[in-house]
Design a protein around this ligand. Structure first.
Ligand SMILES: [Zn+2]
Length: 254
């Protein structure tokens, strides 16, 4: 009984080995799709990094709040010290202080206030410098955050797009597989599946000149004799795979 296959030009006799060859093509592509689906970047790693980076920015903002508050406190303290200094200067200028010991005491107090004023000014200046540095760092981290967010969006867009491409290709292949399998005897199918499992996913090798396309060993005469038999399954005696001429040579036998 002849084996037939549906092709673009309708039903016609089909070599069993060619059906298996086509099935192998479908299965190999399905395996590739599965591997790509497994390795597809859905952006979750970048999303985690983005989350960690957010705490860097929050810490910086908190540090800026603290330093800004310290600087404001220093400015207030400075005003207080300056006020007191001004008061004492005024007191000295007014001539109200006559007692020499009182003069010495006030002069000492003024020196101490000047020292405090210098110290506060130095600390405030350091605070302003730190604020500038923190603000510059915050700006660059925010820039980096924006860049990472954009990258994440792009990764997610690519992921969604590729995912739907792969899913629809897989659907088409599964349909094609169903169509092929319906034309192959179940015993032959079992043999194919077992072989595929044992041979790293490749049960059917394309013939490459006079060689098995997978193990590259010359095919034996018995394999060649079976090539022209539509119901035979020519086999590579070296690796045990079923061998089939490549599709570009199929026309020659019909
Ligand atoms: Zn081989």
């Amino acid at each position: 009984m002849p084996i037939t296959a549906s092709t673009e030009d309708g039903e016609h006799e089909m070599f069993l080995v060619r059906l298996l060859y086509m099935l192998q093509q479908v299965d190999s592509r399905l395996a590739e799709i599965e591997r790509e689906l497994q390795s597809l970047d859905d952006g979750s790693k970048l999303e985690a990094r983005l989350g960690e980076h957010k705490t860097v920015i929050e810490d910086l903002r908190e540090r800026i709040r603290v330093v800004r508050r310290d600087v404001m406190d220093l400015e207030l303290a400075l005003k207080g010290v300056e006020g007191k200094l001004e008061e004492l200067k005024e007191k000295m200028r007014s001539g109200a202080v006559r007692n020499p010991r009182e003069v010495v005491r006030i002069e000492a107090e003024m020196r101490e206030l000047s020292r405090q004023k210098d110290e506060i000014e130095t600390r405030a200046l350091q605070g302003y410098e730190e604020l500038d540095m923190l603000q510059a760092k915050l700006n660059s981290e925010e820039e980096e955050h924006k860049r990472m967010s954009e990258e994440l969006n792009a990764v997610r867009r690519n992921y969604e797009e590729r995912l739907s491409q792969l899913h629809s290709e897989r659907e088409r292949l599964i349909d094609r597989r169903r169509q092929l399998v319906s034309q192959i005897d179940s015993g032959v199918l079992e043999r194919y599946e077992r072989l595929k499992e044992r041979k790293g996913g490749i049960a059917v090798a394309a013939i490459d000149g006079t060689l098995c396309g997978v193990c590259k060993v010359t095919l034996t005469a018995s394999a060649w004799r079976e090539i022209d038999n539509p119901e035979a399954l020519p086999t590579c005696e070296n690796c045990g795979r079923i061998v089939c001429p490549p599709p570009e040579l199929w026309g020659e036998n019909e």
